[in-house]
Design a protein around this ligand. Structure first.
Ligand SMILES: [Zn+2]
Length: 294
């Protein structure tokens, strides 16, 4: 077993000392492994979930405290949908729905195939509008399509890398990065960084050997001096609760609840994000029906 430190799942943010290039690197091996296990996802499906989770965290890392990022990917490939909520405090939850293809995927596209990628950012303060940006999946590779999202939807030249390595069907390492050119970055500064990113095509290897986000950032920045801005622990948490379950059931309506009571004498509500099950017994259902009917 690999030894894991308490900060083992984390992102590290940095900025070049000139202030023109910023970056965030993620190490999320344990996090992705745990989430895949909870959802019963293995192999390629675990990889798809891991990429989505890290992608959403990369977006959240540059959001304001109090905001929530919702990454919604719909593809025609091996995954039909991934939905991930991520927060600037490093908390994340999400799920992925696999698809069984009747024919092999067109080799032109990555595992996601074609489809849509949406990023919703909720407001942090009163009066602020939620923001939603949607781009088509152009390549079917999440890292490339996320780079396109940043350029297209937020007008920030960006490079994204996402890697989930497998040992058999189990996640053996997971990590990624987002590098962005800020206004004022000179073409030559951008070129140098781009070149280094090209060179670390071996990101997968590098993650297997040394999964430190700081090491990854130093490989990307090399001779460009940078300062570390933030290091944050990442955690899989879900905010589902009895309260939310009851509110959701109230929306279903009294007549539907009566049908559940009649057929099963109970109702089970399962949270998609964390798979936790909430069981309402006969008494609870009767009480809810009474409250909704009065
Ligand atoms: Zn939940």
């Amino acid at each position: 077993m690999r030894k894991t430190s308490p900060l083992s799942n984390r992102w590290v943010k940095c900025i070049s000392t000139e202030g023109n290039i910023r970056g965030v690197a993620i190490q999320a091996t344990g996090l992705v492994r745990d989430m895949a296990k909870v959802h019963g996802l293995k192999g390629q499906a675990a990889r798809g979930l891991g990429e989505s989770v890290m992608g959403a965290l990369l977006v959240a890392s540059y959001c304001k405290t109090g905001q929530r990022v919702n990454l919604n990917i719909q593809g025609s490939g091996y995954y039909s949908q991934a939905l991930v909520d991520a927060y600037p405090d490093g908390h994340v939850r999400g799920y992925l729905i696999e698809r069984t293809l009747s024919e092999p995927l067109d080799e032109k596209f990555g595992p996601w195939g074609t489809g849509l990628l949406s990023v919703l950012r909720t407001k942090a303060d009163e009066g602020e509008k939620p923001y939603i940006g949607t781009v088509p999946l152009l390549t079917g590779h999440l890292a490339k399509d996320l780079s396109f999202y940043w350029v297209q939807s937020e007008q920030i030249p960006s490079a994204v890398g996402l890697v989930v390595n497998l040992e058999g069907d189990v996640v053996s390492s997971a990590g990624g990065f987002l590098i962005q050119a800020l206004p004022g970055a000179s073409p030559s500064e951008v070129r140098v960084i781009e070149q280094h990113i090209q060179e670390i095509e071996s990101l997968a290897d590098s993650l297997t050997k040394d999964a430190s986000p700081i090491h990854l950032l130093s490989q990307i920045f090399q001779s460009t001096a940078f300062v570390i801005m933030e290091e944050k622990k990442l955690e899989f948490t879900c905010n589902c609760s009895w309260d939310r379950v009851q509110r959701a059931l109230a929306l279903v309506g009294a007549s539907e609840l009566k049908a559940m009571l009649f057929e099963d004498q109970s109702a089970i509500v399962r949270c998609d994000f964390c798979t936790k099950e909430y069981r309402l017994d006969k008494g609870m259902l009767e009480q809810m029906i009474q409250e909704l009917s009065s």
